[in-house]
Design a protein around this ligand. Structure first.
Ligand SMILES: Nc1ncnc2c1ncn2[C@@H]1O[C@H](COP(=O)(O)OP(=O)(O)OP(=O)(O)O)[C@@H](O)[C@H]1O
Length: 732
């Protein structure tokens, strides 16, 4: 968008004296081109002032608030300028070198924020000292409202992706091909892209279009690895140690320097290595505070398959759980030192798919993701609770986007290239959807976007490093990369508190009261759960005891032993004890056993009493029978001569019975009251005298004899004792 200077010119003219105005008017009348000339003059003045302002900003790094000066256009908004300067040439390298010197800041100095001219001092944001020790709010771990690139207020729970650009040095091939530099870094954050014009193209030479982009920081080709790390990642690491998630990913065309930035070389290690070293040194510093556990995993996405780089094997499946997207079965190594991690990293890199292409000798054909999980545990002295924070740092080296012609035409390479491009396209679709605030973000379009879901749209502090080549030969790719990087700045991230298992200490009394109430409620629920479990256990135990202690008592015995009125109360007692939630303890076991024994004792007693009663009945009936026999024998005195002996013997037996039963009279009377003896007597008479009676033969025949003969043995059971028989007889 071209910059309109019309209004500013007017303002400037208004400020001049009346005298000058009159002179101008006279001149205007004399010279018709005077207006144009003046406009040009003002433009030059504006340009001069702009230059002055930017240099004064460099020196002071303060916001420009000079009323008399012309207001600077908001640099955070991307605009296209038609610059009155020569097209970039190789000589620019000298200029860049100067800019690079400006970038050579100490490791603790953060430069190049998205809105440096609007110095913000938020209380809760992390403050980073810059050259003039002014405080600039970083948005990596913001809890307070932050400002976007355009200086607009972000929501309370929002943050945005930090975007950085790094230009690599021109390589030998590019130099030999006579390519020009098409990138200029200004003010350590602004990127000017200028389309190269042929030196012989005189028509276009002075009309070269440039595009201006602003990022959180931009690095020239001479920026050191340490500088890149401290500006982009060190603060993010700090947040990870606080329990937040963070991710850093490099994006760019093939051969643009992504792997160099992330991994680096032995002499100049990259972000991954520096982050690991820094992590362990920070952990060492904090070791007295609590214990830290570091877990490490390393995977790659190659041709849309996820592979474990530390333990190569079958492709891994992506699953979504509470933590987000995870690769099922991914090896997690517990590392205790930076050296250990380095060894693992080296091992993983050996397994990573790299192939030489025309664009890059060591081209990464896969997206690599190194994940470092940091668990921090400490006992809070005040609350005596364990603070447990888990932060995760994801360091991602993406494969480079490429044109088919830029790489080999061999089948596998082109297939790889197609897959890389597809996943990067999916990434750009997600970026677009996120920027546009769409509800549906197409993460599922590729494995890469699935894995980056948390980094792009989740509660994660994210850093994007866009790597570009300075060569005019790669202008298209560079433009594309810068465009997407510029777009990514717009992505709003959710801000969440650190993942803590511990309950944070409430600050106010009301909060404390609330916390107490919540804890009490939780406690109650837990108690109820426990009681339910105990009840279940007790029921099972009671059932087991019942089956173990004895075979189920006969129902008759049970009815006999337990008074009917007592039975339900017994059951009630057992139930109530269950409800009371009696614990399944040795005591309860003992009680159960005692109860079973008592039940058994009662059963035995009842059975004994029954036997006793039956015995008495039996004896009584036997006696009645004997009496009857005696009576009959006395009545038939005349026949005594023949049967006298029998009667004598029966009487002897009856007298014997009398001797055996001293309380005979009492029992007799008792039995008369209780037992159906009289009827039995009558019937027994019928039994004996009637021919129909089954006992006639018994008495008169063989049975009587046998009865006499079998005198010494126990008497046979009386038929009278059979209950059904008496009724049968009565009916007949
Ligand atoms: N900042 C830099 N300083 C010095 N050399 C660099 C820099 N950036 C990149 N290089 C060199 O450029 C070459 C290509 O870089 P690199 O392999 O990192 O590219 P890439 O973006 O990872 O490519 P691909 O996507 O194909 O893997 C390497 O030889 C690397 O050493």
């Amino acid at each position: 968008m071209p910059v309109s200077t019309r209004s500013k010119i007017t303002t400037e003219i208004d400020l001049t004296s009346t005298m000058q105005q009159q002179q101008h008017q006279q001149q205007r009348l004399r010279n018709p081109h005077h207006g144009l000339k003046e406009k040009l003059k003002t433009l030059t003045l504006l340009y001069e002032q702009q230059k002055q302002a930017s240099s004064s900003f460099k020196n002071n790094n303060t916001a420009m608030r000079d009323k008399n000066s012309i207001t600077m256009p908001n640099s955070t908004v991307t605009k296209t300028f038609v610059l009155p300067q020569p097209p970039p040439s190789n000589n620019n390298n000298e200029h860049d070198a100067k800019e690079n010197q400006n970038l050579m800041l100490g490791p603790d100095r953060i430069v190049g924020f998205s809105y440096p001219r609007k110095v913000t001092t938020t209380t809760s944001a992390i403050r980073v000292p810059v050259s003039n020790s002014a405080t600039v709010a970083r948005k990596l771990s913001m809890a307070a409202p932050a400002k976007g690139n355009g200086g607009e207020e972000l929501g309370k729970c929002e943050s945005r992706i930090m975007v950085f650009v790094r230009v690599r040095p021109m390589n030998k091939k590019e130099k030999e091909a006579g390519s020009r530099c098409c990138v200029r870094i200004v003010n350590r954050r602004d990127v000017y892209l200028t389309e190269s014009a042929n030196e012989n193209d005189y028509l276009r030479l002075n009309r070269v279009k440039g595009r201006h982009f602003t990022f959180d920081a931009s690095f020239t080709d001479s920026a050191s690895q340490q500088q890149v790390y401290s500006t982009t990642t060190s603060e993010l690491l700090e947040a990870v140690l606080q329990g937040r998630n963070g991710s850093v990913f490099c994006y760019g065309a093939t051969g643009a320097g992504k792997t160099y930035t992330m991994l680096g070389t032995v002499e100049s290690p990259g972000v991954m290595v520096l982050a690991i070293k820094d992590l362990f040194s920070k952990i060492r510093q904090r070791s007295c505070d609590g214990s830290h556990v570091v877990h490490l995993s390393y995977l790659e996405v190659y041709n849309e398959t996820v592979r474990d780089l530390l333990c190569p094997g079958r492709p891994l499946v992506l699953r979504e759980d509470k933590q987000g997207i995870v690769a099922a079965g991914l090896t997690q190594y517990r590392a205790s030192s930076a050296d250990e991690v380095m060894a693992l990293l080296q091992q993983g890199n050996q397994n990573r798919t790299t192939e030489p292409t025309r664009a890059n000798e060591t081209s990464s054909r896969s997206h690599a993701i190194l994940q470092v999980g940091v668990e921090y545990r400490v006992r809070d002295a005040a609350t005596m609770s364990i603070v447990n924070r888990v932060g995760k740092l994801s360091l991602i080296d993406l494969a480079g986007s490429e044109r088919a012609l830029a790489t080999d035409q061999r089948t596998l390479r082109s297939l790889e290239g197609a897959n890389i491009n597809r996943s990067l396209l999916a990434l750009s679709s997600c970026i677009n959807a996120l920027v546009e605030g769409k509800k549906h973000i197409p993460y599922r379009n590729s494995k890469l976007t699935q894995l980056l879901k948390d980094s792009l749209g989740g509660t994660c502090n994210t850093v994007m490093i866009a790597n570009i080549s300075p060569s005019s030969l790669s202008f298209g790719e560079t433009q594309n990369t810068v465009h997407w990087a510029d777009r990514a700045k717009e992505i709003r991230l959710k801000v969440s508190d650190a993942d803590e298992d511990q309950l944070l200490m409430p600050e106010t009394e009301t909060d404390q009261a609330k916390l107490v109430l919540e804890l009490q409620k939780e406690n109650r629920e837990l108690r109820m759960q426990l009681a339910r479990q105990q009840q279940k256990l007790l029921t099972l135990e009671a059932q087991a005891l019942a089956s173990h202690s004895s075979p189920t008592p006969p129902p008759s015995a049970a009815t006999l032993t337990t008074p009917i009125s007592a039975q339900p109360s017994e059951k009630r007692r057992t139930k109530s004890s269950f409800l009371a939630g009696t614990c399944f303890t040795p005591e309860s076991k003992k009680k159960g056993a005692e109860l079973a024994v008592k039940t058994l004792q009662r059963t035995v007693k009842a059975l004994e009493a029954e036997i006793e009663r039956m015995k008495k009945d039996h004896n009584l009936q036997l006696k009645q029978k004997d009496d009857l026999i005696c009576e009959l024998s006395q009545k038939g005195g005349k026949q005594a001569s023949t049967t006298g002996e029998v009667g004598k013997r029966v009487a002897t037996r009856a007298s014997n019975l009398k001797e055996k039963e001293p309380n005979n009279g009492e029992s007799k009377s008792n039995h008369r009251l209780r037992s159906p003896a009289p009827t039995a007597k009558k019937r027994s008479f019928w039994d004996i005298t009637t021919n129909n009676s089954p006992s006639v033969t018994t008495l008169n025949g063989r049975k009587t004899r046998s009865h006499i003969l079998s005198e010494p043995t126990a008497p046979p059971p009386s038929m009278l004792l059979q209950p059904g028989f008496a009724r049968q007889k009565a009916n007949s």
